[in-house]
Design a protein around this ligand. Structure first.
Ligand SMILES: Nc1ncnc2c1ncn2[C@@H]1O[C@H](COP(=O)(O)OP(=O)(O)O)[C@@H](O)[C@H]1O
Ligand SMILES: [Mg+2]
Length: 259
């Protein structure tokens, strides 16, 4: 009986955690001079969820991400991460927040003069300030294993294919075990086969590391593979949301135009 009660309690706890809103955005506005970019952004991302953002170029998708990491301060609205208002954080709090957020952007590059191993170690020693050699080696080995690059540990970035470099970039982001992953056009510029591999990897990483992710993409295959939920942005707002399959059948012509 006692055991059963404990079990229920634990189940309750884990389901509460699952429903936890990790990123909460309400009424977010951001202009640059006269140019109104974000007009009214509303979004709740739950723990463990992959949300894909679709939208034309120049809509403000990247601006939204920069607000989430506190690089840009919104003009109006609320934006909390783990329940804390980002715009009110001081430098120390922002630094701490950024250790929990992994950011993979299109132009993310490895350090060319360092081996893959040294590239992986960099965030561990510089950001997490780890010193224990065995722990560092273990983390490097584990993360490269999970992106299928175990054999490339001593190679230079110039010896890797474009797809392998992208995997290595993802590994370098994941090695600090971020709770949130922000992917800004992760497959842009890659060939279709590599794009699919990266999309599948994003999905695997969500399952393996239980990350909460926002994925900005134009790549509909990437969206179909990675999304638990899709939001469509138009003129500074999210105008539709749903599963990939439900939006694909949307009656709205603009929404359908992406598919
Ligand atoms: N720091 C900035 N200063 C001025 N304008 C900016 C800045 N960042 C972005 N913008 C403008 O905001 C708009 C949205 O940009 P962005 O978020 O990069 O679009 P996308 O949806 O393609 O990611 C663009 O017109 C861009 O020029
Ligand atoms: Mg962008």
């Amino acid at each position: 009986m006692e055991h059963a009660e404990k079990h229920t309690r634990e189940q309750k706890k884990s389901s509460e955690k699952k429903d936890e809103v990790v990123i909460h955005i309400k009424g977010l506005k951001k202009s640059f001079g006269e140019h109104e970019v974000l007009k009214n952004i509303n979004l709740d991302v739950k723990r463990g969820e992959n949300v894909v953002v679709l939208g034309k170029s120049g809509e403000g998708k990247s601006v939204t991400i920069e607000c989430i990491v506190g690089k840009l301060i919104p003009d109006e609205g609320t934006l909390t991460v783990f329940g804390e208002e980002v715009a009110e954080m001081n430098e120390r709090q922002l630094k701490e927040l950024r250790t929990k957020i992994g950011f993979l952007f299109q132009g993310a590059a490895l350090y060319d003069s360092m081996t893959v191993r040294e590239n992986m170690e960099f965030p561990l020693t510089r950001v997490l300030k780890l010193k224990d050699r065995a722990e560092i080696d273990q983390r490097v080995e584990d993360v490269l294993e999970s992106v299928g690059l175990a054999d490339a540990v001593d190679k230079m970035p110039s010896d890797l294919s474009g797809g392998m470099r992208k995997r290595a970039g993802l590994a370098r982001t994941l090695i600090v075990k971020p709770e949130i992953m922000l992917y800004d056009e992760p497959t842009t510029g890659l060939d279709p086969i590599t794009s699919r591999e990266i999309s599948q990897l994003i999905l695997e990483m969500q399952k393996k590391y239980k990350t909460t992710s926002i994925i900005i993409t134009h790549d509909m295959e990437c969206a179909s593979i990675t999304a638990d939920r899709v939001v469509v942005m138009d003129e500074g707002e999210y105008i539709a949301e749903g599963t990939f399959d439900s939006l694909k059948k949307s009656k709205d012509e603009f929404v359908r135009s992406f598919f």
